[in-house]
Design a protein around this ligand. Structure first.
Ligand SMILES: O=P(O)(O)OC[C@H]1O[C@H](OP(=O)(O)OP(=O)(O)O)[C@H](O)[C@@H]1O
Ligand SMILES: O=c1cc[nH]c(=O)[nH]1
Ligand SMILES: [Mg+2]
Length: 212
């Protein structure tokens, strides 16, 4: 597994405002959107391309297009939905699959309540969106769905990751796929409730409000 921490002053600034407990939902959503676009720029560095001929008003030349098959973007509901538009702005031709997952706050296991993915993912580059990588259980389950369908090249874009979750994910994936995590920061640790410290709280609640 590869880890890329996007070290950029604009990312650090936006992340700091996002962490602030006084930041309300509308600003929070806007910042998540902006941060994803910045992270997506890093995350798509190895997106597959092909050379194409293009005629400019001045001359013929060889340029670059995204190669087929189209990349697949997979937001993990709920919180990952807040990252979708920022991602597709950069990759407008990408296909979008959906996973609905919720962490059981007692057992910390990921419960899957929605799964809408293409059947065959062999040869597809997949980009998973989830703002928080805490214990790693949610991302492990999501990446396993993709690997089971034949994907081998998976990049997860997270706003924050915990060291514990990164270790668990690395062990769980092993050499079954080429997995990269792109994140804005690796925080200190998990607390006794397995929340990221210092973190930003519950990303889904801060984006969309508290659901009982
Ligand atoms: O690494 P983990 O310990 O599995 O935790 C991370 C998951 O927890 C959050 O989702 P949550 O269960 O709160 O659902 P939500 O997005 O609907 O709020 C977050 O968006 C991740 O999906
Ligand atoms: O810190 C955390 C951990 C899990 N889910 C969140 O939204 N935040
Ligand atoms: Mg939540």
């Amino acid at each position: 597994m590869r880890l890329h921490v996007a070290d950029h002053p604009l990312i650090a600034h936006k992340l700091t405002v996002l962490r602030d407990e006084r930041t309300e939902s509308p600003t929070f959503r806007l910042l998540v959107d902006e941060l994803v676009t910045l992270l997506a720029y890093e995350a798509t560095r190895d997106v597959r391309v092909e050379q194409v001929e293009v005629t400019t008003p001045v001359a013929e030349t060889v340029g670059t297009h995204l190669a087929s098959p189209r990349p697949l973007v997979v937001p993990i509901l709920r919180a990952g939905l807040g990252m979708l538009e920022g991602m597709t702005r950069l990759l407008p031709t990408a296909e979008v699959g959906f996973l609905g997952m919720q962490r059981d706050e007692q057992t910390l296991e990921a419960i899957t309540y929605a799964n809408r993915l293409p059947d065959d993912l062999s040869g597809r580059q997949c980009y998973v969106l989830d703002p928080m990588l805490a214990t790693g259980h949610t991302l492990i389950a999501a990446i396993n769905f993709l690997l089971e369908k034949g994907a081998r090249d998976v990049t997860a874009i997270c706003l924050l990751a915990a060291p514990e979750g990164l270790r668990t994910l690395d062990e769980a994936i092993g050499d079954r796929g080429d997995v990269t995590i792109v994140t804005a920061a690796v925080d200190e640790r998990l607390n006794e409730h397995s929340y990221i410290v210092p973190g930003l709280g519950d990303a889904g609640d801060r984006l969309y409000g508290v659901v009982d």
